[in-house]
Structures are given as C-alpha cells and as structure tokens.
Design a protein around this ligand. Structure first.
Ligand SMILES: NC(=O)C1=CN([C@@H]2O[C@H](COP(=O)(O)OP(=O)(O)OC[C@H]3O[C@@H](n4cnc5c(N)ncnc54)[C@H](OP(=O)(O)O)[C@@H]3O)[C@@H](O)[C@H]2O)C=CC1
Ligand SMILES: O=C(O)C(=O)CO
Length: 317
C-alpha cells in the first residue's frame, strides 16, 4: 500500500475514501505545512495531498534531496504555491482539481460584484451599528449592475462562468483579456491589454492564475485607466493585484469600490484596506461549500489512485 500524507483537514468523506486505498497519515490541522513538514512529505511518503499555502518551493526540494515522493496531488485548481518545474525535475508528478471549483468560485465573484456595486457590506455594518435611521430616496445609492459592461481578466473556466452569469443573468456586455481568442456562445469583445480592458468596463474581474507573468498585472497604470465609477473584483490570487496601488486608488476615490476574496500576503489583510468602507473583504471563500470541497477532495484522491495504479493521472499540471 502506498504511503500517502494528507496534509490538512479535509471533509470526512474524502478522508474515508483515501483510507480505503492508501496507508494514510492524516495531519489533523487547519494550517499549511511548515518547511520541515514539507521536506518530510517529500522524503517519508510516496505521495501527498497538498493544499493552498503549502509552499513547495526550490528550497524545500533542495533540502529533500532525492525524494521518496513521486506525486503531489493539489487540492485546488491554483498551484502557484508549488514550484512545478522544480518538482518535475525532482521526478514528481503534480496534479490539480480543475472544474470542480468553477461554479462556486464564479458564484463568489458574483457575490462580490453585487456586494461592491450595491454597497451591501457597508449597509450591513450600518444596520448592525444601530445607527440606521430608515429608508430614504437617496440613501446609500450604489451601481445598478444590469446592462453594465464587465471585464474578465483571464477568460478561462472561471472567467467564462462569470461572463455567462453576467451575460445571461444580468444582460451585461462582456469584454475580456486572455492569451488566446475564445469561441463563446455569447457576445464578447477581446481587448489587447489589461489597460485597454480596464478603461472600457464598469466592473473589472480578475480570474487569471498567479504566475510570474501575471504578478501585479493589475498595477497602478491599470487602476488609473478605470472609470471613477468602476469596481474591481479579485477572486484569483492576491498578488495579481498590486495591493498598495489598489489601496491608494480606493483612498483617493479614483475607483468606486472593490470586492476581494484573496490578498497579496494572505491571511494578512492590511489595516488600510480593512479601514475602507468601499471595499468588501471575504476570507478566500471561493470554493467554500461542503459539496465542492468533497468534489475537490475526490478529484485529488482519484489523481493519487490513478498514479499509484500506473494509469495516466486525470489532471496533470
Ligand atoms: N478564490 C478562490 O477560492 C479560487 C481561486 N481560483 C483561482 O482562479 C484561477 C483561475 O482558474 P481557472 O479559471 O480554472 O483557470 P484556467 O486555466 O481555466 O483559466 C485561466 C485563464 O487565464 C488566462 N491567462 C493565463 N495567463 C495569462 C496571461 N499571462 N495573460 C493573459 N491571460 C492569461 C488563460 O488564457 P488562455 O486560455 O488563453 O491560456 C485562461 O483563459 C486559478 O488559477 C486560481 O488561482 C480558483 C478557484 C478558487
Ligand atoms: O482551487 C483554488 O485554486 C483555490 O483557491 C481554493 O479552492
């Protein structure tokens, strides 16, 4: 039986499935693996189910030397916490969980769009404060989403699911940036650059993966192109947006608001961001439903199973 580390708390049904197939060591913790635990994952196990925040970087692989582990099955679609090139050079297969996350993450994008446009978090805080004085015709006026233009930065699985919700649910127009032209069943305009996209949309949604190419893709120049009435939503990874530049744009009222599920130095969220009424802050909730986490877990376990059975893994990265 292959010796597999489950690196973090998972839904019970996923653990039970894994235990049927492997000799499982379960690390019963909500926190990411430490450096020493990652080295141990590589040296003491045949494979590991790893999660967001487990920073399998070049130093970890260097310390592990010639690893015993042959596969890292990531629980999640985003794998920017793993140095995949170094992992492959060390002889490991890396897998992820595409698709299982798409609808839930798109739903959180819609939640953030609506909350930011309709000032929902600010309104909730007002009611909780006991200071609400009742309805009046010009109280807390937000942005009407129906019919506006959304900009999708990264028209992949999640970007397309968000665009579909916007087009079919809110009659919105869609613009996007992607490396390749997309063939879609709804109208959408492709822009050449993030700056061009930012300039023409009412809501800019970040859905590109984190990579050296997308680090700070939404920088001060992109934010400067946005309309003062526009909102930014980020459901991808924190470091795609230059957080300091975003805080400055919000503080100076150069954009109307932002909705964030992810942060540049997660879980640290700068005090300046937390102090702003014009920003909606969620704790990386994109895939946080039991059904979706079970699906992600099943996919990760299936990748491990297939690998150790000598089959092609379903989701190599
Ligand atoms: N908040 C949360 O909880 C969650 C966050 N995520 C994040 O969402 C990300 C996207 O997931 P998913 O939609 O499945 O990924 P996909 O790979 O399906 O889509 C990524 C899209 O980004 C585009 N892209 C990639 N690099 C660039 C670049 N340098 N310039 C322009 N466009 C680029 C790709 O273009 P092309 O198609 O042309 O190659 C593709 O359209 C994940 O990587 C993850 O970080 C995912 C799930 C949950
Ligand atoms: O899948 C991912 O990339 C996440 O961020 C967590 O589900």
């Amino acid at each position: 039986m292959s010796r597999v580390l489950i690196g973090r708390n998972l839904p019970e049904s996923v653990l039970a499935e894994a235990r049927k197939i492997f000799d499982v060591t379960y690390r019963d913790s909500p926190y990411p693996l430490s450096h020493a635990e990652m080295v141990e994952a590589l040296t003491e196990y045949d494979g590991a189910l790893v999660t967001l925040g487990d920073a399998f970087n070049a130093e970890v692989f260097a310390e592990a030397g010639v690893p015993r582990a042959r596969i890292l099955a990531n629980f999640g679609v985003g794998y920017n916490h793993i140095d995949v090139e170094v992992a492959k050079r060390a002889g490991l297969t890396v897998t992820n969980t595409p698709g299982a996350v798409t609808d839930a993450t798109s739903d959180i994008a819609m939640t953030l769009m609506l909350m930011s446009c309709r000032r929902a978090a600010e309104g909730e805080r007002l009611v909780r404060s006991g200071k609400w004085e009742g309805w009046h015709p010009v109280q807390m006026l937000g942005t009407h989403m129906t019919g506006k233009r959304v900009g999708i930065l990264g028209m992949g699985r999640i970007g397309q699911a968000i665009a579909r919700r916007c087009h079919f649910g809110f009659e919105m127009e869609v613009s996007y940036v992607s490396r390749s032209e997309k063939s879609l069943d709804f109208p959408a305009t492709r822009c050449e650059t993030p700056e061009a996209l930012a300039a023409e949309v009412d809501i800019l949604v970040v859905s590109v993966p984190a990579s050296p190419a997308t680090h700070h893709m939404v920088n001060a120049d992109v934010l400067a192109e946005m309309k003062p009435t526009a909102h930014l939503v980020n459901i991808a990874r924190g470091d795609i947006v230059d957080e300091a530049a975003l805080i400055a744009a919000l503080e100076e009222g150069r954009i109307a608001g932002a909705g964030l599920d992810v942060y540049e130095h997660e879980p640290d969220v700068p005090e300046a961001l937390r102090a702003l009424d014009s920003v909606v802050l969620l704790p990386h909730l994109g895939t946080a439903t039991l059904e979706v986490r079970e699906d992600m877990g099943r996919m990760a376990v299936e990748n491990l199973r297939a690998f150790f059975a000598g089959e092609d893994v379903p989701n190599p990265v």
